[in-house]
Structure formats: C-alpha cells, structure tokens
Design a protein around this ligand. Structure first.
Ligand SMILES: [Zn+2]
Ligand SMILES: [Zn+2]
Length: 134
C-alpha cells in the first residue's frame, strides 16, 4: 500500500495483533476499518470516540486519497476539544489516515487508562514530547 501523502510504499507494523501501515518518510499511519477500535481495546471508549467523529467540509487541508480505492478521503473532526484534530477517512469506509502524531492525539483524547498498552507502545515507537506522560 502506498502512503497517501508521499506515495512511497508503507511498511506493515504489528501492534497488539493489529497490522498497521506506517510511512517511514512522513510518519503517517493508515488503519483499516475496525483497527482503531481494536487498538483502543476499550469498547466503550472506542464507541464514544467514534461517535465524536464529524465530517468537516470546510477544512482547507488538502484532500488525500484512500490508499485502497483512491477516492478522495473526507476530513473528520475528532472530538470537541481544541485544538482541532482532523483525520482523513475513506468515503467507502476502507479506513482512516493519521498524519504524524495524530494517532497519539486520538489516544490522548480517548482518555484511556494510563496503563493502556497501546498508548505506551506508541510512545515507545514514535516518541512523545509531552511532559505529563510520566
Ligand atoms: Zn508518507
Ligand atoms: Zn477507500
């Protein structure tokens, strides 16, 4: 699968038995449909988070194309808290695209358990510059 931003081939990483596609150039991550829920691992919080997704049709961000069907993805506004977090979602529901750091942000916003393994793993893998991480 090619990165929707730089069009380089992405590499596959396995996180908690979920295969994610990662671009080593731009640091973006593609999750197939359903994988975010699997990664979150806390069904109630995953449902809450997904319920907060809103299509943002006013965004000036450049549209990206789904790496599976090549359709322009929709900008999705996640949650209600500032700053605005925009991710990209395939209109045919193939999956979600996260620019570098956006997957962290999602996990922060989902207010997962402090001991959530995936949150820790992401921090280990991709680094994190927040001081309150403990
Ligand atoms: Zn890329
Ligand atoms: Zn698609």
């Amino acid at each position: 699968m090619d990165c929707p931003v730089c069009e380089n081939a992405m590499i596959t990483l396995e996180l908690k038995e979920v295969e994610i596609d990662y671009c080593t150039d731009c640091g973006g991550i593609w999750l197939d449909a359903g994988e975010l829920e699997m990664l979150l691992g806390e069904p109630e919080k995953a449902t809450q988070l997904l319920a907060s997704f809103k299509i943002d049709s006013t965004s000036a961000e450049k549209p990206r194309r789904c790496p599976i069907c090549n359709k322009k993805m929709k900008k999705i506004n996640v949650g209600t808290s500032a700053p605005i977090l925009l991710i990209d979602k395939c209109p045919r529901d193939h999956g979600l695209w996260f620019d570098k750091g956006e997957l962290h942000d999602i996990f922060d916003r989902a207010q997962l358990d402090k001991d959530n393994k995936i949150q820790k793993l992401l921090v280990d893998m991709f680094g994190h510059d927040k001081k309150d991480e403990d």
